[in-house]
Design a protein around this ligand. Sequence first.
Ligand code: SAH
Length: 264
Amino acid sequence: MRFDIVSLFPESFDIVRSLGVTGRAYARRLWSLAVWNPRDYTTDVHRTVDDRPYGGGPGMVMMAEPLEHAVGDAQAARRSALGNTRDAAVFLMSPAGRRFDQRCAARLVDEGGAILVCGRYEGVDQRFVDRCVTEPWSLGDFVLSGGEIPAMAIIDSAVRLLPGVLHDPDSAREDSFNTALSGLLDSPHYTRPEQYRGQGVPSILLSGHHANIAVWRREQSLRLTAAQRPDLIRQARERGLLSAADEAFLRSLPVNHPPGTANR
Ligand code: SAH
């Protein structure tokens, strides 16, 4: 998998290249990264990448031309490095985009990576978006000062899905949102010590009975998802991913109140 990033801050990406799971996978050449700086595609002495917005208003807007050249070079580099015949998808980091989720991460793995464009200032000229962007992607309903953190979050989520990246292949399988596991939230985890400030560990987890533990974890996932994210329960049900036992367990739960609202 290869990512090409368009960013005014190339050094940000040293973090995903060097630390933790993504860093180890990078050292093992399981994925690669190239960063294209729009500033390298400017023609004036000040290497200007932004200008004031038409129509007035605060802040600056990234100009289309340097961005389009950067994306063009990224596509060309991918073609020669990977032998791709089709252009890679170009995703713009944008709070106005489609909400990024685990399915998007899986798509990146299927497609061997993508080009991620990081905005700064007030955003980018819409004509660049219209001409070059496959889809804008948002990390969530909040505003950051640049697309670098969203791009790194997206890279991390895709890299950990690559075969061989996690020591234990089951750990990605059991993560929250995994559609193979009905897209439910992960169950709670416990580790040593067995007693922590007067609190023990659910006894089932100490029983060594793997089948019962699996049932307990499934029920915890269902309980947690029903409380925190009833939308995910509905989705799983619509996609036929809940068993009769799951449904019976859900019916046995007390009527749900969103956390913190039970006594209002
Ligand atoms: N004026 C814009 C915000 C610009 S923030 C607006 O109100 O929509 C500057 C850049 O940060 C954006 O171009 C985008 O690349 C990035 N960014 C900010 N918040 C983001 C989010 N939630 N998801 C993805 N990218 C985001």
